[in-house]
Design a protein around this ligand. Structure first.
Ligand code: NAG
Length: 499
């Protein structure tokens, strides 16, 4: 067995080196460079050398984007994204034009399938029949009021288990702890109790997401025709899917049996498995990207909170008051306006990626600024543009936890309804793209928002927290265009002082 493992490891290394060389050739032959000659870039354009630019883009994508923007503040530019050029647009109205274009012109789905290498990682059926989307969009959203107490129950247990602190300041590497907590809470909604508390199942779900992203990234960097073979050699996804079935299979069998025996009287726990069973077949892995997103977003927000402990007080007062009136309920969560604004501001400043919302051009297209995009090109939005536009946002580089509350009050005299409408984390617009916007806006954002607010409320209600140095947020990590909250940072936690 070990010999076999070693052999596979060797094969992987060889394959890696082989592919890299191959890529250089492919980059040379694609001819894509020629078609995009009219779009500027600071990256080396010559064949072969351009691959070095790609490597550089992986490790300092943020700097690259900034550099291009300094040179061409208004126009589109292109970035070398592994084996192809991606065209990036920053200007608000051009981003809006991209997101508004019909699917037959700029396809978000095809771009996403390519990005996640869906055909190989999750399998063609998932993309061909995305029936889980309406479930997330409708069922999950409608059930939220009933689910909040369940999620809260799970949070209490998880926090007590993974963040056990007393009255002394205790350093905690938050990025290690929080995946477990959110995973347990999300799994309550996905697979229900008791499976959500099974530590092995949790490990599996945390790893699964990570592996899909890694495999997709490797596959994307090699030529199309080599992907099936490479996927077969390197991917651990099928093994994990088999493992997941071992956990979830019996659960589904049991429920199916109950349905057969009792018919309409059968108990139907309110969770994703039930909905998927109702909707179609027993596919279980659809929601992982969603929980991953919740994770990183929350960690970003907590880092702001730990950098400025003074903000916690205002949030805490709001949470205490709201919970006194409504308990830990869905209504309470809807009433947490300050918590909402805090998280939304954190998302504005640190969306999980600065270049994204990619679309694949299915036909030639000319943007209103005259930029010509040939068919087959991927066009992405630089979210930083709209999020830091000083026409829309006053002092855009300053973290202002109440930004989205003030805005509403200024905007509209009918402030109560306006507040409900505009300060909500889930509202997307051309000026706020953290959850995307338009046709492909994230369907899981209602669930994500509830969970985020619940987590934030729980933390301020139960803990004091700070970084060693006040006001200093640990530097984010950037991989290509993704912005990760610093995984090494330690936060000091203690039990909330009772005055
Ligand atoms: C900022 O927003 C305004 C209007 O909202 C728009 O006209 C302008 O082009 C934007 N600037 C950039 C750099 O996107």
């Amino acid at each position: 067995m070990h010999v076999l493992d070693a052999a596979i490891a060797d094969t992987r290394v060889l394959l890696g080196v082989g592919t890299l060389c191959y890529c250089l050739l492919v980059a040379y032959f694609t001819g894509q460079s020629r078609k995009l000659r009219h779009i500027p870039t600071t990256s080396p354009k010559a064949p072969l050398v351009s691959y070095l630019g790609a490597v550089r883009y992986v490790f300092s994508g943020k700097k690259f984007v900034e550099e291009c923007l300094r040179k061409w503040p208004k126009s589109m530019f292109r970035a070398p994204d592994l084996v192809q050029w991606t065209v990036i647009t920053t200007e608000r109205d051009l981003v809006a034009e991209l997101l508004r274009a019909p699917e037959s012109t700029f396809s978000g789905r095809e771009s996403n399938d390519e990005l996640m290498q869906m055909k190989y990682t999750l399998g063609a059926p998932i993309t061909a029949n995305p029936y889980h989307f309406p479930i997330i969009r409708n069922k999950l959203r409608r059930s939220l009021p009933n689910l909040v107490p369940d999620i809260y129950e799970e949070l209490i247990l998880a926090f007590e288990k993974y963040l056990p602190v007393n009255d002394d300041w205790t350093p905690i590497k938050f990025a290690d702890v929080i995946p477990k907590i959110t995973c347990q809470a999300s799994n309550r909604v996905l697979v229900g109790y008791p499976l959500c508390r099974d530590p092995d199942f949790m490990d599996l779900s945390v790893r699964f997401t990570f592996d899909i992203v890694t495999v997709a990234m490797i596959l994307r960097s090699i030529p199309t025709f080599m992907r099936p073979l490479c996927n077969w050699l390197i991917s651990s996804v099928p093994t994990q899917q088999r493992k997941a079935v071992k956990y979830i299979g019996p659960l589904i069998d049991a429920r199916r049996k109950e349905r057969e025996l009792k018919g309409d009287d059968a108990q139907k726990p309110e969770d994703m498995i039930t909905w998927l069973m109702d909707a179609a077949t027993d596919e279980e892995t659809t929601n992982e990207a969603l929980s991953n997103r919740v994770l990183a977003t929350f960690t970003h927000a907590i880092y702001y909170l730990a950098s400025y402990p003074a903000y916690a007080q205002a949030l805490r007062e709001e949470v205490d008051m709201v919970v006194r009136n409504h308990g830990w309920s869905s209504l309470a969560i809807d009433s947490m306006v300050k918590v909402d604004s805090f998280i939304r501001e954190s998302q504005r400043m640190n969306p999980l990626f600065n270049v994204g919302l990619s679309r694949l051009a299915l036909k030639d297209y000319t943007f209103s600024d005259g930029t010509f995009i040939p068919r087959g090109t991927t066009v992405s939005a630089n979210i930083h543009g709209p999020h830091f536009n000083d026409t829309t946002y006053e002092n855009p580089s300053t973290f202002d936890p109440n930004r989205f509350i003030k805005r509403t009050q200024k905007d509209d005299s009918d402030s109560d309804s306006a507040r409900a409408r505009t300060t909500d984390i889930t509202t997307t617009s051309n000026d706020f793209l953290a959850f995307g916007h338009g046709r492909h806006a994230c369907p899981g954002r209602y669930f994500a928002a509830s969970e985020l607010k619940l987590l934030m409320a729980y933390v301020v209600a139960h803990y004091d927290l700070k970084f060693e140095k006040e006001g200093e947020r640990p530097a984010d990590w950037w991989i290509m265009a993704s912005c990760l909250p610093n995984p090494k940072a330690e936060i000091l936690f203690r039990k909330r002082s009772t005055e």
